[in-house]
Structures are given as C-alpha cells and as structure tokens.
Design a protein around this ligand. Structure first.
Ligand SMILES: Cc1cc2nc3c(=O)[nH]c(=O)nc-3n(C[C@H](O)[C@H](O)[C@H](O)COP(=O)(O)O)c2cc1C
Length: 175
C-alpha cells in the first residue's frame, strides 16, 4: 500500500490547516493520504510514499531549519517520485507577490534548494495577533505598518485564498 504524503512545517497552525484541507480534498477524490508534521516525518518508510508534497511557513524571513535538513537528507527520495512544495507567508497577501515567480521567499527557495519541486505554490497565511507573544506582536505590527497591512492587534485575519489551495489540490490529484 502506498500513499500520497503531505508534510507540513507550521508554527501557528496555518500551514497545517492548508495541508489538512488538501488532504481532505485528495481523500474525497479517492486518494489515500498520510498527513504528517515535519517532526513526524523524520524516519519515513519511503516504500510507502507514492507522491509527496511539503508545505512550510516563513518566520522572520526563513523556513524552519529542519526543512532544509530534511530536503538535504532526502533529496534523492523526493526527486524520484511525483513531488511538490508550497510556501506560506504574509507577503503573499499582496496580489503581485503570491505566485512562485513573484514571491521572494519561494524564489529564494528555488534558487538555493537542491530539490526542485515539480509542483509549486505560494499561499498567503494568517495574521493572528491574538496568538502571538507580545514581542512577536509588536514586531509583526511594525512590519504591517511598513508594508501597509493591518495594524489593529485586536483583529485576527486569515488571508489564505482557499480557491487557490483547491486549485493546487487539483494539480496534485492530476499529478
Ligand atoms: C514571528 C513571525 C514572523 C513572521 N515573519 C514573516 C516574514 O518574515 N515574512 C512573511 O511574509 N510573513 C511572516 N510571518 C507570517 C507567517 O508566515 C504567517 O503568519 C503564516 O500564516 C504562518 O504559518 P504557520 O501558522 O503555519 O506557521 C511571520 C509570522 C510570525 C508569527
């Protein structure tokens, strides 16, 4: 038995939520799906992996370090089956920065990664002021002020375009 694997690197839960939505969509289309955090995926039995898609969020300009370690370790396994990657960040809330060709984090990833994912997507994340520690809240608010975003910390906003997530799900199903 082999599955479609969706692996997520998520701190505040938005990448996990997107991964979960993709898993549900794939299951509804008849695929058998394993959904794992990056931590849970450290010792994968690759014989069970038919296709693999990884999602990761950005914090202070970077992915979680464990993501690049995973990619370096499993570059051959990733490349030898249908594969894809999606990046979640708040810069992508802007229409001119929400594709693999226009999102700086995705462009940098593609430039530096030894693994060149076949399918690629960028999704806007969530601005969850109510969940942030006070120091993160102040810094994120400052970034939002500089970049013309919402600075009212009493509001939480989900910017994720769920239609765009569904389109990526369709690509995975067809992959
Ligand atoms: C501490 C912190 C730092 C962040 N830094 C960035 C950043 O540098 N660039 C950006 O576009 N988004 C940044 N974000 C926004 C996150 O990428 C966004 O909230 C995303 O939904 C987080 O996904 P996750 O919940 O799966 O971790 C940051 C968020 C937090 C909380």
């Amino acid at each position: 038995m082999s599955d479609t694997f969706i692996i997520y690197s998520s701190t505040d839960g938005q990448t996990k939520k997107i991964s979960n939505a993709l898993a549900q969509q794939l299951r509804a289309a008849g695929e058998s799906v394993s959904l794992l955090s990056l931590a849970q995926a450290q010792d994968l039995d690759w014989d069970k992996v038919a296709k693999i898609y990884i999602g990761a969020s950005i914090r202070y300009g970077h992915f979680n370090k464990a993501l690049m370690a995973f990619i370096n370790r499993y570059q051959a396994e990733l490349t030898s089956r249908p594969n894809g990657f999606f990046c979640v960040n708040l810069t992508a809330r802007k229409a001119n920065k929400n594709t693999p060709a226009t999102n700086a984090y995705m462009m940098k990833f593609i430039k530096n990664s030894p693994w060149q994912p076949q399918l690629q997507a960028v999704f806007a994340g969530a601005l969850l002021y109510s969940q942030y520690r006070w120091n993160d809240r102040i810094i994120i608010q400052l970034i939002m002020r500089i970049t013309g975003g919402v600075t009212d910390t009493s509001q939480d906003i989900e910017y994720t375009d769920w239609d765009s997530v569904t389109q990526f799900g369709q690509q995975i199903i067809a992959h």
